[in-house]
Structures are given as C-alpha cells and as structure tokens.
Design a protein around this ligand. Sequence first.
Ligand SMILES: Nc1ncnc2c1ncn2[C@@H]1O[C@H](COP(=O)(O)OP(=O)(O)O)[C@@H](O)[C@H]1O
Ligand SMILES: [Mg+2]
Length: 281
Amino acid sequence: MTEKSDRSATAGSGRGTAGGPVIEVRDLWKSFGDQEVLRGINLTVKDGETMVVLGPSGCGKSVLLKHVIGLMKPDRGAIVVEGKELTELDELELKELRMRFGMVFQGAALFDSMTVGENVGLPLKEHRGTIGDELADLVETKLRMVGLAGVSHLRPSELSGGMKKRVALARAIALDPDIVLYDEPTTGLDPIMAEQINQLIRMLQRKINATSIVVTHDLHSANFTGDKIALMHEGKIKLVGTMDDLRHSDNEAVRTFIARGYTPPPGSTVDAGPVGLAEFD
Ligand SMILES: Nc1ncnc2c1ncn2[C@@H]1O[C@H](COP(=O)(O)OP(=O)(O)O)[C@@H](O)[C@H]1O
Ligand SMILES: [Mg+2]
C-alpha cells in the first residue's frame, strides 16, 4: 500500500494541514412519506479533507449528498457550507454556491447526444460563458487530468464504463471547484477499472486541493480514497474514523458491515471477510 504510506507521511490527503469546517451537517432529518431515511445525521468535513460516507445500498447516502448540494430540503436540521446555512439561501445564492461544487453523479450521468468535449465544457460554457479555442483548451486540460487526452470528439456511447466515469470526473472539476462530491464512483465497474478510478480520485485530491465527500458501499474504495470514514446505518452516522477505528469498533452495526465485506490487506492479523479485495491493496 504505497499510496497509503505516502499519505501517512503528511497530514490529511498528503496536502499538509486540514483546515476549519467546510461542510457541516447538523441533526439532519428527512422522510419520504412514512419512510424515515435520515434520522439525525451529524457530519463535519474539514478544508482539504476527504470524507467517505460508507453504508449499505438504500441507507440514504445519495439523499444525504443531495442535501449537501442543496437539491433536497431537510425536514429538520441544518447544512452549513463554507459558513452559509443552505436553507437560508434563495435560489440565486444557492445556484452560486453550487458552482463551487463538482459533483460526480451515480452512473456518470453524461449527455449522450453531446460529445465528450461538449459534456466537459458544458459548465464552463453555461456558467462562465467560455467559448471557442479557450473552451477547447480548458476541456482538453481537464481531460488530460483524468488521463483522457484526445477523446473530446467521441460520444459517451463510444466509451467504456471506466472512461465515462473519467469524463464525469473531468466535468466535475471543470469549474475548479472547492468541493467535490462523488456518488458511488466505482459502482458498476470491474475491479481493475474501479481501482483506476480510486487512484484518480486520490491524484485529483492532491492536484486540486478540494474538500471531498466520497459516497460508497465499497469498503476497499472507502479505505483507499478517504482520510476519514463515516459509517452510515439506519439513517444515522454510527462512527467517524479511520478504517482501523472501524475494524476495531465494538459497535454492532459497524462490526456487521465490516464482517460482511472486508478483506484486510496481506499481512494483517485481522480475520479475513468473505470478499477478496486484498490483491488491490
Ligand atoms: N425522491 C425520493 N422520493 C422518495 N423516496 C426516495 C427519494 N429518494 C430516495 N428515496 C428513498 O430513500 C432511501 C435511500 O435512498 P438513497 O439515498 O438513494 O440510498 P443509497 O444509500 O443507496 O444512495 C431509499 O429507500 C429510496 O427509495
Ligand atoms: Mg445512492
């Protein structure tokens, strides 16, 4: 795990100091009909930090992200981003704040009718009015950052699943965001492509210095990409800590989740779980 050792040499994501809180979720509640999805979520993400929100499918991770980016309104509680309470902002202020976010949606969510370049360039064109050669140059720079130089003329349908995720990443960083939110960035990819995306996320963290939330149900991805991991269960955050903290927790929900899906790296003394992911550590 050379990546991990590099990281432990310095604080946070290898970028030095983690600063004050950038995202604060306070006692967030959300129901749909009589289904209580979020039941008092508390979560703080500091400047430059990558927080992984880990939890089983359907536990409310995407709903949480949609609140952080202001696409859903809480029933109760507060979401404070860069010192601003989201529920107090009007639509215009919310739109401005959203421009500081890059979001990688679950399943990439590219526009199939547009080329790769048009997809990546869309936020630049819409929000900054960038056009012509300047737009083409910026698009190419972002594509190069995700290892996809020279594909801007292709259509999403001509790309593999992993390439589509890369394009989604390039689009998310188009406006040089302060905050990047990743919803299940490795879901649906084969293990090798998933690993490439994990590495790309870490590389981007170093390059663009953004504060990030990575939502996943994949323990390996959580361990690889996160500075800290928040385990979500039954609408609450059960524990925030490192993968080691999770492994040694005596919280039953945490133990059940870990036992179901985690194989520790080779040489570890912790008992192996049922899923063989160790070869990627
Ligand atoms: N807009 C919505 N209307 C009604 N129910 C929703 C809506 N969005 C999510 N849900 C429900 O909330 C629960 C959590 O969903 P989600 O956050 O997508 O889970 P996941 O952790 O897999 O991302 C699910 O039961 C889902 O059906
Ligand atoms: Mg989801």
